[in-house]
Design a binder for this molecule. Structure first.
Ligand SMILES: *Cc1c(COP(=O)(O)O)cnc(C)c1O
Length: 384
């Protein structure tokens, strides 16, 4: 079977993890801060805060931006459920902004329309979470302008997008956001097995994120309520979690990071083969925006004239041929849990239309060129 995504692990990665296993520190050693500094420096942000998943990073990012039970958070309905769940963890309300059908990303037009309405009804969001679908950045400059006008904060869900660029600068530099979150799950661009990171340029946010990932505990005297009892002393000053990344995971992440540009380049090379050979009478790829260099986490196509049956048959027949076609994503608002919150079919028509035609074709750095051609030929046969 040809998977839609897969990690690429080499001997250097293995050695890096073995070295940590043989060292004194399996967790809370030097590898975590080294990985944080390396990611922050790679994407030109001031601080990195490593955690055990992007889901955890999104959760503490919301908390650090003070999202609570009286607040509203908006994200894209075409994302993994974690992009929305993080708001609910904080007791906040979640709502969605419909997508641009050409890119699958949050539509700035829909965002502005919804903000105007929300202003009149006094229910503006505290935080908006744009998701860089498939590794292509959202229009962050435009979203940032709206954030200034309507006074909301921005968390970029860049789980797909380490190694991507926006306006020639690395995604994660936080020029147009407060916090940016990466995932290092094995299907993503680089992996630490499980793992994630929040990057930010704000000193206080970084400090707060670090406290939240480790029980809300501080060893910083300036944050304590009274004098130290001695060298062992620490204080818990708020409710945090154990969301820490281990040194084993950080060592793998560090080793993988040295290959991120190479991985993304190979993803582009393979995507180009799809681009060149796809039959545009049958399918079309997501539109590429000239201000973006995608990390190409996913290669997503849309079936022309799709309906539920045609869509289901196409993915089923791909799988029968040994190709794991996938669908990214089922609109979050249509998940039973979200429908029970009051969302319903018809709420976000572009997202629903997109879902009916979306297929993710295999794309990862160790995919062979002849496998790409096999996928193309099989797809052509199925759709004709
Ligand atoms: C993978 C993913 C996440 C969650 O990442 P984990 O590291 O598995 O928690 C969140 N958002 C998006 C868009 C993702 O693709």
């Amino acid at each position: 079977m040809i998977p839609y995504g897969k990690q690429s692990i080499d001997q250097a990665d293995i050695d890096a993890v073995l070295n940590v296993l043989q060292s004194d520190w399996l967790t809370q050693g030097s590898k975590v801060p080294a990985f944080e500094d390396a990611v922050a420096s790679y994407c030109k942000a001031e601080h990195g805060v490593a955690v055990n998943s992007a889901t955890s990073a999104l959760h503490i990012a919301c908390l650090a931006l003070d999202v609570g039970s009286n607040d509203i958070v908006w994200t894209s309905p075409i994302s993994f459920v974690a992009s929305a769940n993080c708001a609910l963890y904080c007791g906040a309300k979640i709502d969605f902004v419909d997508i641009d059908l050409n890119t699958g990303n949050m539509s700035v037009f829909e965002l502005e329309k919804k903000l105007l309405l929300a202003e009149q009804n006094n229910c503006l969001p505290k935080v908006v979470i744009p998701v860089h679908l498939a590794g292509q950045s959202c229009d962050m400059q435009a979203i940032h302008q709206l954030a200034t006008k309507y006074d909301f904060k921005i968390i970029e869900d860049a789980s797909h997008a380490i190694g991507a660029k926006y306006l020639d600068k690395p995604v994660g530099n936080c020029e147009f956001s407060d916090i940016c979150v990466f995932s290092f799950h094995p299907v993503k661009i680089i992996t630490s097995a499980e793992g994630g990171m929040a990057v930010t340029n704000d000193d206080n946010l970084a400090k707060h994120l670090k406290r939240l990932r480790s029980h809300g505990i501080t060893s910083d005297k300036s944050e304590m309520t009274d004098a130290s009892h001695g060298p062992w002393y620490y204080q818990q000053i708020e409710l945090g979690f154990n969301y820490r990344m281990t040194d084993l995971h950080a060592a793998l992440g560090l080793s993988q990071l040295t290959k991120v540009d190479e991985f993304v380049k190979q993803r582009h090379h393979l995507a180009k083969i799809y681009d060149t050979h796809l039959d545009l009478n049958l399918v079309r790829p997501l539109q590429k925006i000239y201000t973006c260099y995608s990390a190409y986490h996913l290669y997503i196509i849309q079936l022309n004239n799709s309906d539920t049956t045609r869509h289901k048959n196409a993915v089923t027949q791909l799988r029968a041929a040994g190709i794991i076609g996938h669908v990214h994503y089922i609109p979050i608002h249509l998940q039973p849990y979200y429908q029970a919150l009051g969302f319903k079919v018809g709420d976000f028509p572009n997202a629903e239309k997109y879902y009916q035609g979306a297929i993710t074709l295999p794309l990862h750095p160790s995919l062979k060129e002849q496998e790409v051609h096999f996928v193309l030929n099989t797809l052509q046969q199925i759709l004709n």
